[in-house]
Design a binder for this molecule. Structure first.
Ligand code: ADP
Length: 148
């Protein structure tokens, strides 16, 4: 089964969107495999966003991510990377469709509430970075009611 790394960013935590966001992934039928509530430091945030280090918004992005606690999660399911990105919506909330998390709850690109891996391979790398201790081994009893 495919896995993805999902993070509720500090603005999502501060705005009380944790339950709502988890609920959307749960209700879709995806399985929660890892969950932690942590504040990360600058070197860690820079590592997570290393691919964006040349971007002009990189420093602001790192400041934003280290500004408060985040909820780091691993979700599992068929096509969870692509479908997770659809649930999240476009990077810029001005362009995210209503019904998506960013479309419903965000306005500015630099305060877009949530992160989701953009590919299976980056998901693997992000899960290894955020969950070096490993993740839960379990299978939901709802599995046969979600997958044919
Ligand atoms: P996504 O998070 O949708 O995968 P990117 O990987 O391109 O998008 O960017 C990572 C994060 O950097 C975005 O979610 C957003 O918080 C921030 N970001 C991207 N572009 C900008 C920008 N032009 N100005 C400010 N922040 C940005």
């Amino acid at each position: 089964m495919e896995q993805t790394f999902i993070m509720i960013k500090p603005d999502g935590v501060q705005r009380g969107l944790v339950g709502e966001i988890i609920s959307r992934f749960e209700k879709k039928g995806f399985t929660l495999k890892g969950l932690k509530f942590i504040t990360v430091d600058r070197p860690f945030a820079e590592k997570h966003y290393a691919d964006l280090s040349a971007k002009p918004f990189f420093n602001g992005l790192v400041e934003y991510i280290i500004s408060g606690p985040v909820v780091a999660m691993v979700w599992e399911g068929k096509n969870v990377v692509t479908t997770g990105r659809k649930i999240i919506g476009a990077t810029n909330p001005a362009e995210s469709a209503p019904g998506t998390i960013r479309g419903d709850y965000a306005i500015d690109i630099g305060r877009n509430v949530i992160h989701g891996s953009d590919a299976v391979e980056s998901g693997r790398k992000e899960i290894a970075l955020w969950f070096p201790e490993g993740i839960a081994e379990w299978r939901s009893s709802l599995h046969p009611w979600i997958y044919e």
